[in-house]
Ligand binder design. Sequence first.
Ligand code: TRP
Length: 452
Amino acid sequence: MEIDPWASKGIKNYDEICEKFGLEKIDHTTLPEPTHLHRRGIIFAHRDLDSILSARKAGKPFGVLSGLMPSGQMHLGHKMVIDQARWFQDLGGDVTIAVADLEAHATRGLSLEKCRKYAIEEYISNYAGMGLNPDKTSIYFQSERAIVQKMGFTLGTKTNLSEMEAIYGFSGKTSLAHVQSPLVQAGDIVHPQLEEYGGLRPIVVPVGMDQDPHIRLTRGMVSKTNWFNVNKNKLGNLTIGLSIQDNNQDIMGMKNDGGVDKTQRKIVIDRAISAINKAGYTQINSNPKHGTIDIKDATAENYSEIQYELLSLERQLGGMGLMQPSSTYHQFAVGMTGGKMSSSMPETTIFLNDSMKTIEKKIKSSFSGGQPTVEEHRKKGGNPDIDVAYQYLRYFFEENDNELEKIREEYVSGKLLTGEIKSICVEKAESWMKEHHELKEQNQHLIKGFLS
Ligand code: TRP
């Protein structure tokens, strides 16, 4: 049941994956201004989304980091992360987008020049039509931002081949491109927290489910860099534990012979206590020898505030002070032929620069959930769950929930025929595309702003 982010076979049972990897479900009724993707359960799971939502509530900064593979034409499936980034941006987040040119170069064999061309002509020029604010959006190339590569190396010290085998199912034949790319991607994900890219703040990574292995790897590596571990204890309160590492032994009061330097240990514990006080908690019991601090007036709910202060302290002491990234997950729309959507099979998707004629043809010949004959269809009705026209209305072209529900009911009851639901889809797709092309044309001047 491994997920292969480079050759995802499509995901059959989302619930099973959530269960297995500890993703939490999103309850869209708790979200501010949920989009149609949230309301319809398409963006359905998350890790630590609460850090983002509480930062927003408190008026504190938060960021969004996403990435694109510049290896071909942009299609509808690629649009979903941009819709999510835009939603977070509307809520107050800043947006950073990585062009994964190193990844595309290494895993798809494309030259960096070609990647650049695809990135600009296919992706970024379409983003211009998607409402991202250029003042709060920064797009960069992995190959040109040395710090993400450096962060990849730094974080790489916190994992090993066995872990990568366990996460990705690698074997002896696996190309090292598949070891390098996730490390660079981890660099992408954490670098917005560095001082010169906005500083310590929660960062959310909106992705398709196939990218979760990278998120898991990154979260694991990041937590291993932390100098102060915040854990829930048996009493339901929080306990801080010092994490002694090669690069912090002196500061943590660890002597070369393995003994504790009591004076130095007291200094670091006292500073941690001040940080905890700063977060507003005062009922503290510390055990300097063990390097632990119990906070009796804090529970799991207070985790983020306390962690934030301890990460700031870690930075003052010379550590990186990185937060684990948050993430949200969307489900994949079915391919137009009923199988997987894939850029390498143009008949399975709609590219954003397909002509209206091509779009019409693709929708008209798409996989249908209708019955073979009109008589049968009138009697039994269609199945919207597998019907491409219905699903594309649901994912992409019909934002009005009432309209969508009406279409669904009529299709299920047999009132709406296969040809008819396809016509509705063509019509809505055309008006969506027309508007997109207009906005795209109008906004080409924004591209410069995205890249600076
Ligand atoms: N690996 C991603 C893909 O295949 C692209 C990517 C690179 C990315 N860096 C990222 C996605 C950071 C999210 C966050 O599409």
